[in-house]
Design a protein around this ligand. Structure first.
Ligand SMILES: Cc1cc2nc3c(=O)[nH]c(=O)nc-3n(C[C@H](O)[C@H](O)[C@H](O)COP(=O)(O)OP(=O)(O)OC[C@H]3O[C@@H](n4cnc5c(N)ncnc54)[C@H](O)[C@@H]3O)c2cc1C
Length: 384
C-alpha cells in the first residue's frame, strides 16, 4: 500500500503552506495570548483554499476533493495553528451535515456562507451529564405548533461562543417514538446563550457552554428525519476522527521539527546537545512516531475515500494511536528543549497544551479502545 501525494496534491499543499507561513504564522502567538479568534479574512481564505466544504462536489460550491487531499491540507494547518484547524473542522463538519442531510432550501440558506468562511459553525452533542455515552442526550425538543421548542445545556462545544450557527442534537418524541433529532440554531435566537469555558490550550478557538431556554425554532430548522440524528452524529464523528488523526500528525511534525532545530543549535559540555546519545534516542522515537501516525492517518483517509467496510475501525485506530503518539511526541520535544521548552519563548509549550485535548475530544481514547475490541471480539463492554 502506498500513500504518495500526486502532483496536484503536492502543489496544493505547498501553495497552502506558503500562504500559512507568510500570512497566518506571524499572528498565531498574539491571538493565542489574547484568546482572540482568527480574523474574518483568514477564515475566508480557508474557504478559498477548500478547507471549508472542499469535500463537497463542485456543483454544490465545493472543490470535489477526496479525503486524502483534504486531510493533507488539514495537516498543514495543524502545524501552524491548531485553534484555526478546530474552527475550520467543526464548521466543515456542520456544512457537510447540511449539504448531505438538508433539504434544497436548507442548503440554499446556510451553505454559501459556511463554504466561503463568511460564517462559522459549532457541533453540539456533549452535555454536562452526557459525554462518552452520547446516545443519552437530555436536551429536549418538543413540538410547538408547526415548529419546535428547545430546552437544555451543551458543554465543551468548540467554537460555541463565537459561531454564527450550529447543529444541536436533542431528544424528541415520546415513548417508543423517542429519538435524537438535529436542529440548526442561529446565534441571536431568543433564549439561546453561550459562555466561554476557559481551558488549558487552543485559546483562539473558544470552548463553550451553550444554554437553550425555550428556544423557538421553525419546522425547517430540523435537519434530516426526526429521531434519526444519532446515526448522523455517529457517521460524522467517524469522519471527525480521521480529521483528528491528521491534526495529531500535524502537531507531531511541528514538535519534532522544533526539537530537531533546537538539538542542532543548543550547546552543552562544549558540543551540540544533538550529539548526545540520549537526545538522539528522543529524536529517533519522535521520528518513528511521526511515521506510524502518517501511515495510520493516510490509511483512515484512504478507507473513507474507498468507502471501505472497515472505515470506522481505521478512523478509530488512527484517532487513538495518533493522539496518544502526538501527546508523547510533543512532551518529548519539550524535554529536548530543557527549561526553554517550559517557557513561552518556544512554540513547544503551546503544542503541548494544544495537543492535550485530542485524546478526549471526538470520543475518548478509552472509548475508541472499547469500539475496536468490540469489533474484533463481537462483545460489547458498554451494553450487555
Ligand atoms: C477541547 C475539547 C473540545 C470539544 N469539542 C466538542 C464539540 O465541539 N462538540 C461536542 O459535542 N463535544 C465536544 N467535546 C466534548 C468531548 O467529546 C467529550 O469531552 C468526550 O466525549 C468525553 O466526555 P466527558 O468529558 O463527559 O467524559 P466522560 O464520558 O465523563 O469520561 C470521563 C472518563 O471516563 C472514561 N470512561 C467513560 N465511560 C467509560 C467506559 N464505558 N469504559 C471506560 N472508560 C470510560 C473516559 O474515557 C474518561 O477518561 C470537546 C471536548 C474537549 C476537551
Amino acid at each position: 500500500m502506498q500513500f504518495q501525494l500526486d502532483d496536484w496534491q503536492e502543489t496544493a499543499r505547498r501553495s497552502f503552506r506558503r500562504y500559512l507561513d507568510a500570512e497566518v504564522a506571524p499572528m498565531v502567538e498574539e491571538h493565542e495570548d489574547a484568546h482572540r479568534p482568527p480574523p474574518p479574512e483568514v477564515l475566508r481564505k480557508m474557504g478559498e483554499f477548500g478547507l471549508l466544504g472542499g469535500l463537497l462536489p463542485e456543483a454544490e460550491g465545493g472543490a470535489g476533493l477526496d479525503y486524502l487531499s483534504y486531510c493533507t491540507l488539514l495537516c498543514e494547518l495543524s502545524q501552524v495553528w491548531p485553534s484555526l484547524r478546530s474552527i475550520v473542522s467543526t464548521s466543515n463538519l456542520v456544512l457537510m451535515i447540511i449539504a448531505q442531510r438538508g433539504t434544497p432550501e436548507q442548503r440554499q440558506r446556510w451553505l454559501g456562507d459556511l463554504v466561503s468562511g463568511r460564517k462559522t459553525a459549532f457541533f453540539a452533542l456533549t452535555e454536562p451529564n452526557v459525554g462518552s455515552d452520547a446516545s443519552n442526550v437530555e436536551t429536549r425538543a418538543r413540538r410547538q405548533g408547526e415548529g419546535w421548542r428547545l430546552n437544555g445545556r451543551k458543554l465543551y462545544i468548540s467554537n460555541g461562543p463565537g459561531a454564527d450557527l450550529g447543529v444541536v442534537f436533542a431528544r424528541s418524541g415520546e415513548g417508543e417514538a423517542a429519538g435524537v433529532s438535529a436542529f440548526v440554531v442561529e446565534a441571536g435566537t431568543p433564549g439561546f446563550s453561550a459562555r466561554e469555558v476557559r481551558s488549558m490550550g487552543m485559546n483562539a478557538c473558544p470552548l463553550g457552554e451553550l444554554l437553550f431556554e425555550d428556544v423557538s425554532l421553525p419546522a425547517d430548522h430540523l435537519i434530516g428525519t426526526e429521531g434519526e440524528a444519532f446515526a448522523i452524529a455517529k457517521h460524522y464523528l467517524n469522519v471527525g476522527r480521521c480529521f483528528v488523526s491528521f491534526t495529531c500528525l500535524g502537531l507531531s511534525i511541528a514538535a519534532y521539527e522544533a526539537a530537531l532545530r533546537y538539538a542542532g543549535e543548543r550547546e552543552q559540555f562544549g558540543r551540540k546537545i544533538g550529539g548526545f546519545q540520549l537526545v538522539q534516542q528522543m529524536i529517533a522515537d519522535m521520528m518513528t512516531g511521526v511515521e506510524t501516525s502518517r501511515l495510520l492517518a493516510c490509511r483512515a483517509a484512504d478507507a473513507l475515500d474507498r468507502g471501505a467496510p472497515d472505515r470506522s475501525r481505521a478512523c478509530s485506530m488512527a484517532k487513538r494511536h495518533n493522539s496518544d503518539m502526538a501527546l508523547r511526541v510533543c512532551e518529548t520535544a519539550l524535554q529536548v528543549h530543557g527549561g526553554a521548552g517550559y517557557t513561552r519563548d518556544f512554540p513547544v509549550e503551546r503544542y503541548y497544551r494544544d495537543v492535550r485535548h485530542l485524546t478526549i475530544a471526538e470520543g475518548t481514547n478509552q472509548l475508541q479502545a472499547l469500539l475496536l475490541a468490540q469489533g474484533a471480539l463481537g462483545i460489547s463492554a458498554l451494553r450487555g
